[in-house]
Design a protein around this ligand. Structure first.
Ligand SMILES: C=CC1=C(C)c2cc3[nH]c(cc4nc(cc5[nH]c(cc1n2)c(C)c5CCC(=O)O)C(CCC(=O)O)=C4C)c(C)c3C=C
Ligand SMILES: [Fe+2]
Length: 429
């Protein structure tokens, strides 16, 4: 809860005095390392039950991956201007502190938005005052360019670049805009309230002033996946259910096989417990799509538009039968989206999709700039994304209605324990 008073009610009913908590964090506020920032206050908070509107920050994995997909997203990629390793670490420590506060529904810093000096800019920008934590999650990862740029290693990270953190190749039909692709650091904020997600990115960008700049950012307004069996399947802007056959939080074996990087699987021990995040901003030519008949649309996807059931029959969660004959070849066309990307066509490879619908105004020709901000978390994009995207670009009839406009791959660092900062495993390995 963002409180306008200094008192906030803990879930167990004990009153946390925010002024005491903030003063325990020291005069340097959010800019200091966590070690100096009142661990005991956070330790006691963590041992309390987390309210329904909060997602725990600390853990083996970062939040925002298997967290039940929220409906609102603001993602930003940053390029680091800081020259020294210490400055970069300080930024990550500052961010860690601020993220932990915001995920608890607290304003950032020691004096928040309204409790500081009348003669200084407030530490927190204030637009989330009075709003609940709204299940905010903030997920942080590193792009390849954090490790090396223009042929030079950066921040003393020689030998730390994971083999799997490749530059994604060009795919047929890509029209990638470099200015909204890649970046040194990715920060994804998801929440139930758009203002809470935007507040998180804005305040992290502000804390980064002088050390890192926003390279690009994207707002998403509606989830296009489900990440728990309890969630309903949402719809994408083609009007189809999206996320039916996704990996969900309850699928522990699939998560270990396809999402979480395993110790024995990586050349970089610091990535164990992390994941790789693929981002593709995919513009959808919705005006053209809207002129396709229902039958054409269903043949392009391979599923019924209403129920989401495969064209081979059954209901939404019935497994598709790609061998069932139709009047003219298989009833699920071989060039339909699900026939091309299904795990059966890719040695059983799966991914955890966690994308969002977006609209960014119109393009001046009367067409909406709208689409899918595709996000997938995988153990290795070389095996879990590139071949599937290649197959899609080459064989998927739906791609005629799509244009890939941005692309990025990021190493999502493992989760942190209290007292640690995001990315510490990398800098201390
Ligand atoms: C390279 C990976 C994928 C991209 C890029 C992608 C883009 C994309 N997808 C849809 C719509 C749907 N996708 C669906 C399923 C689905 N998509 C992928 C992969 C990519 N999609 C996978 C692996 C799957 C699961 C396939 C399966 O196991 O059957 C569906 C069906 C419903 C579902 O299972 O989620 C739809 C609809 C769009 C519109 C799009 C680009 C804009
Ligand atoms: Fe898809």
């Amino acid at each position: 809860m963002h409180e306008e008073s200094a008192e906030s009610e803990s879930p167990k009913g004990t009153t946390l005095n925010r002024r005491l908590l903030l003063s325990a964090m020291g005069a340097g506020g959010a800019g200091l390392a966590l070690g100096a920032l009142g661990h005991s206050a956070y330790a006691s908070q963590k041992s309390q039950q987390v309210p329904d509107d909060q997602v725990p920050f600390y853990g083996e994995h970062q939040s925002g991956i298997i967290t039940e997909a929220q409906d609102r997203m603001h993602t930003a990629a940053f390029d680091v201007q800081a020259q020294s390793r210490d400055e970069l670490i300080e930024l990550l420590q500052t961010w860690t502190q601020a993220i932990a506060q915001m995920m608890q529904g607290q304003p950032i810093g020691t004096s928040g938005a309204v409790d500081g000096s009348y003669d200084a800019p407030p530490e927190d920008t204030g637009e989330a005052l009075g709003l609940p934590a709204s299940r905010l999650t903030v997920t942080v990862g590193f792009g390849r360019t954090l490790f090396e740029k223009d042929g030079k290693t950066r921040f003393g990270l020689d030998g730390k670049l994971p083999e799997a953190l490749i530059e994604l190749p060009h795919f047929r039909s890509d029209m990638i805009e470099e200015a909204r692709s890649n970046g040194d650091i990715i920060v994804q904020a998801c929440a139930d309230d758009p203002q809470v997600a935007v507040h998180a990115i804005r305040n992290l960008a502000r804390l980064a002033f002088g050390k890192a700049n926003v390279r690009w950012s994207q707002i998403g307004f509606g989830r296009t996946s489900k990440t728990s069996s309890a969630q309903s399947t949402p719809r994408n802007l083609f009007g189809f259910k999206d996320g039916t056959d996704n990996i969900v939080a309850e699928h522990t074996d699939d998560l270990n096989a396809h999402v979480w990087v395993q110790k024995e699987q990586t050349d970089q021990a610091w990535m164990a417990g992390g994941s790789y995040m693929v981002i593709r901003r995919i513009r959808m030519h919705i005006e053209t799509w809207d002129r396709a008949t229902l039958g054409e649309q269903e043949n392009l996807v391979g599923r019924l538009k209403g129920s989401g059931a495969p064209l081979s029959g059954g209901e939404e969660f019935t497994a598709p039968d790609f061998n069932m004959a139709g009047s003219n070849g298989p009833i699920i066309p071989v060039d339909s989206h699900i026939a091309v990307v299904h795990p059966d066509a890719h040695k059983g490879i799966r991914m955890l999709r966690r994308g969002f619908n977006y609209t960014d105004g119109s393009d001046g020709l009367g067409r909406l700039d709208a689409g899918l901000f595709f996000i997938a978390f995988v153990t290795d994009a070389r095996t879990h994304f590139v071949p599937i995207q290649q197959a899609m670009s080459a064989n998927d009839a739906m791609t005629e209605y799509l244009r890939n406009t941005s692309s990025g791959l990021y190493a999502i660092v493992p989760g942190v324990r209290e007292g640690q900062y995001l990315g510490q495993q990398l800098f201390e390995s």
